[in-house]
Design a protein around this ligand. Structure first.
Ligand code: UTP
Length: 277
């Protein structure tokens, strides 16, 4: 059973400056809910209730969000406004929240390694909260991946097809086809130019990782942009054992970019209008 989920949230969020100068990118709201709450709700739905954050300077608002605010809650007690807090209260009742800090921004691989103190020696989920994923009528994306993990017992990355001219924004995978939605990874390149990309299948911000990944990250030298890349450690894991790439059912919004953020906002606003009409 996978119980733990890691949220690396130490990044600076420079694409959202000046909004992210004093506020974490993960607290930016899509309508009325912070991005990070969508991610934790997805983990909760998948049964991952031990939530770990890899934070950095200026990220305290995330800790405060996943806590009780007695003064505010006392003020709105007994009014209709309490309903807005039902979602977060469920998370606070069902989940635990742990925090550790990445001292220097050495890349996603390093952020995940920093989380080893929280994860220990068990398989775990990783959510990049700026990728907002909707499972649609199906289960959430992490739930889909947990089911696959229970079948294959190896690391799994969620992938989607991206336009060829965008491969340099993602880790790109290639491999042996197992089914319409599943591939055994044989190659993986971080942010390749289109001419060097082995495919147009991009890794998005959802992973299930087995704990041997920590030693592999430790042995991985800095790669693209002089950062320790999780993609490089995963390629080693794929070569030594097995890594699966899963074309998830549902939709992803890249809320780390302004375009994706606006698309997600429009999507949820339309949903809100449909519900209230
Ligand atoms: P991004 O590449 O989106 O970087 O990181 P960023 O700093 O968040 O945003 P921009 O590009 O400056 O606008 C992908 C994810 O990895 C985490 C980030 O918090 C984000 O969730 N990350 C990245 C870390 O936690 N530590 C790192 O050293 C790098």
């Amino acid at each position: 059973m996978i119980k733990k989920c890691l949220f690396p949230v130490a990044g600076y969020g420079t694409r959202f400056l000046p909004a992210t100068k004093a506020m974490p990118k993960e607290i930016l709201p899509i309508l009325d809910k912070p991005l990070v709450q969508y991610g934790v709700e997805e983990a909760h739905e998948a049964g991952l209730t031990d939530i770990g954050f890899v934070t950095g300077r200026g990220k305290r608002a995330i800790e405060d969000h996943f806590d009780v605010n007695y003064e505010l809650e006392d003020k709105i007690a007994g009014t209709g406004k309490e309903r807005a807090l039902l979602g977060i209260r469920t998370l606070l009742e069902d989940c635990t929240f742990s925090y550790t800090r990445q001292i220097a921004m050495r890349g996603l691989g390093d952020a995940i390694l920093t989380g080893q103190t929280i994860i220990g020696d068990e398989p775990f989920g990783v959510v990049l909260a700026d990728d907002l994923c909707i499972g649609g009528d199906e289960a959430g994306v992490l739930s889909q991946m947990v089911s696959l993990y229970n079948q294959f017992r190896c690391s799994i990355v969620a992938v989607e097809e991206v336009p060829v001219d965008q491969t340099s924004n993602y880790g790109i995978v290639a491999g042996e086809t197992i089914s319409d939605t599943l591939m055994r990874v044989t190659d993986m390149v971080e942010k390749p130019n289109p001419e060097d990309a082995p495919s147009n299948l991009a890794i998005i911000g959802r992973y299930i990782l087995t704990p041997d990944i920590f030693d592999l990250i430790r042995a991985t030298p800095p790669g693209k942009n002089d950062e320790v890349q999780i993609t490089d450690a995963l390629l080693t894991q794929a070569n030594q054992g097995c890594v699966m790439a899963y074309k998830f059912k549902g939709r992803r919004f890249d809320c780390g970019s302004v375009d994706g953020f606006v698309e997600a906002t429009n999507y949820y606003y339309q949903k809100f209008l449909n519900c209230s009409s």
